[in-house]
Design a protein around this ligand. Structure first.
Ligand code: F6R
Length: 609
């Protein structure tokens, strides 16, 4: 979603802001802008539709300099993509950048127009700028009080940074639904939506909590909580290596992240398999063991790729641990009346830990009769981690490509470990848990083997890159993998792709089959293979062209192509079979010349609901 970066220093901040905006590009955006108060106390605002590079070009021709400023990458919500709608927005002396949505902005807009304010954009942000200005001019409040009075009138989830030309010695930041992190320097301080935007200037950070207002000067930071009490928030040292933000020898972050999967999974497993007998998560204490022991039902809520991982876990929880499991899309969960099962554990699954729909679902679940809640998340310090009863980190490392890859496989690895842990705690079946622990250790090696044989996938990508539609099929715990494969392809190549459970084919989608509708079939050697073979025959009998992912031999036929995979144990097969599908989507998008890391209209962390 939108990215915020702001700085107050004793040196020229232009490059600090620009570098930060470049780092925020991965979040997805359609325009960007910055405003600096220069040394003659002029507001210099530069805005541009398109890439940050276009903005940089504009800035380079202008030579601007100043010690305080705000910058923003915009992902349009209110108003089309245009320079007028690009942040920062200004109301006389007030300058603002904002992330999130103000739900009651149209009522406020009407009110402010009546007060004589002129609007140059369609955004909710300009409404905030004018509201602050109006409030400031009503009485001579200080800027903090102006903001506190104004935000009482705002409904929605947002974060923002405000700067005042009449008092250019401070920035004020407000967190109310969207994350903000303060970066600490020497005689300089910063604020951004994500620490990645600031790693080129500091490793020391303070995360704001919900409702916090921070007054940021170059030598002082004061934070007030939602009750207006001055408070100390913990300083953390970032563990993210600046090197991990670089693409290295890869063309795209997504390619890097696909190839990193053996190492990410190794990291996920590290220090968690005790004597090959039990699973240990440092993050869970004994009290949480009791929560798991008492769990009789699991309810997992997530979005997108994380939802697909949860769907695989449903098969696993029921077949391996005999625990009923329901999975739901987060945006649906919070908007319906539901019946909570007895002793049900509420689990959220998320890479970013900031997905607004998943966060709302967690908050909604707290008013319902769940036994407790757990989040499985990649980002320590994220809102989901902070607001959940307990958490397990996936430890995938930083994921920058918008399309999730290593987050998915590490989520599945954690879920499988969690199942083994629950089986042991509940004394369900020791052999199953030992089998999981033994097999899961083969994952890095198996994925490495798959990553070595990419030529087949590149060839198929060539065949498929000019298609308009592709069907993905899978059965059992490979059905969600088919869905994930289709999602990856849609996201980065813009080819329409749909996934079905193979058994559903004859209930409708078979009507689509002809030589123009290629089918990707996931058919590993398992108890469902015969049924899958039957489906393959049904497709090829109708002139359909099938691409089969399998570790099994198939009879040669003209319109059947095999992507032969190494033998993979059934338990971990879903985690391995997604890898060739990630590669297929990647190579197709590469052939089509798409912007793989920043697909159109998408954002990495979806912080609006
Ligand atoms: C797809 C993708 C999205 C995310 C979804 C949830 O490649 O990345 O579908 O999976 O927006 O995000 P998180 O996992 O951060 O909650």
């Amino acid at each position: 979603m939108c990215g915020i970066i702001a700085a107050i220093t004793k040196r020229n901040i232009t490059n600090i802001l620009i570098n930060g905006m470049k780092k925020l590009e991965y979040r997805g955006y359609d325009s960007s802008g910055l405003a600096i108060i220069d040394n003659q106390n002029n507001i210099i605002r530069i805005r541009c539709v398109g890439k940050v590079n276009a903005l940089i070009k504009k800035i380079n021709s202008m030579k601007i300099s100043g010690n305080i400023g705000v910058a923003h990458t915009r992902w349009a919500t209110h108003g089309k993509v245009s320079t007028e709608n690009t942040h920062p927005h200004i109301s006389s002396n007030i300058i603002i950048v904002h992330n999130g949505i103000i739900e009651n902005f149209s009522i406020l807009r009407v009110f402010l127009k009546k007060q004589g304010y002129q609007f140059y954009s369609d955004t909710d942000t300009e409404v905030i700028a004018h509201l602050l200005h109006w409030e400031q001019n009503k009485k001579k409040y200080c800027l903090k009080e102006v903001i506190q009075n104004s935000i009482k009138k705002l409904y929605g989830n947002y974060s923002m940074v405000v700067m005042d030309k009449n008092n250019p010695s401070k920035l004020i930041a407000i967190r109310s639904g969207s994350p903000l992190v303060i970066g600490l320097g020497i005689e300089e301080n910063f604020i951004a939506s994500d620490q990645i935007a600031l790693l080129h200037v500091t490793k020391r950070f303070i995360y704001l909590e919900e409702g916090d207002i921070a007054i940021i000067k170059n030598n002082k930071i004061d934070i007030f909580n939602k009750y207006n009490i001055k408070i100390n928030r913990k300083e953390i040292i970032s563990t993210i290596k600046y090197k991990s933000i670089k693409k290295g020898k890869y063309h795209y972050y997504m390619e890097k992240e696909i190839y990193e999967q053996p190492y990410s999974i190794q990291n996920t497993l590290k220090n968690r398999l005790k004597d090959n007998e039990t699973i240990h998560f440092d993050e869970l204490d004994l009290e949480k063991d009791n929560l798991l022991i008492n769990t009789e039902h699991i309810h997992i809520v997530a979005c997108g790729t994380s939802y697909n991982a949860a769907m695989v876990a449903k098969y696993w929880f029921e077949s391996l641990a005999n625990i009923p499991c329901d999975v739901e899309i987060a945006s649906e969960f919070s908007s319906r009346k539901l019946v909570v099962r007895k002793n049900s554990l509420f689990i959220t699954l998320s890479q970013s830990g900031e997905t607004a729909d998943t966060l709302s679902a967690l908050r909604y679940s707290k008013n319902l009769n769940y036994l407790g809640n757990l989040t499985i998340c990649n980002m320590e310090g994220s809102s989901l981690v902070k607001e959940s009863d307990c958490y397990i980190l996936t430890k995938a490392g930083l994921e920058i490509g918008v399309a999730s890859t290593k987050s998915f496989t590490t989520q599945l690895t954690v879920l499988l470990m969690l199942i083994a842990k629950i089986i042991t705690l509940k004394k369900i079946n020791d052999n199953t848990s030992k089998a999981i622990i033994k097999t899961i250790q083969n994952l890095p090696q198996k994925i490495q083997e798959i990553l070595k044989q990419t030529q087949d996938i590149k060839n198929i990508a060539q065949n498929l890159s000019n298609k308009n539609n592709i069907l993905f099929l899978g059965r059992g715990d490979q059905y969600p993998i088919a869905i994930e494969g289709a999602l990856k392809l849609k996201e980065i190549s813009y080819i329409h792709a749909e996934a079905y459970a193979s058994g559903e084919l004859k209930h409708g989608p078979l009507a689509l089959i002809d030589e123009n509708m290629p089918v990707i079939m996931i058919a590993p050697k398992n108890s469902l293979l015969l049924k899958n073979q039957q489906n393959i025959k049904e497709i090829s009998a109708r002139g359909g062209i099938v691409y089969i992912l399998s570790d099994q031999k198939f009879d040669y036929e003209d319109n059947i192509n095999i992507i032969k995979l190494p033998h993979i144990e059934e338990l971990i097969a879903p985690i391995c079979y997604v890898v060739p599908l990630q590669l297929l989507a990647y190579y197709i998008a590469l052939i089509k010349g798409k912007n793989i890391d920043q697909p159109r209209n998408l954002a990495k962390s979806v912080t609006v609901s």
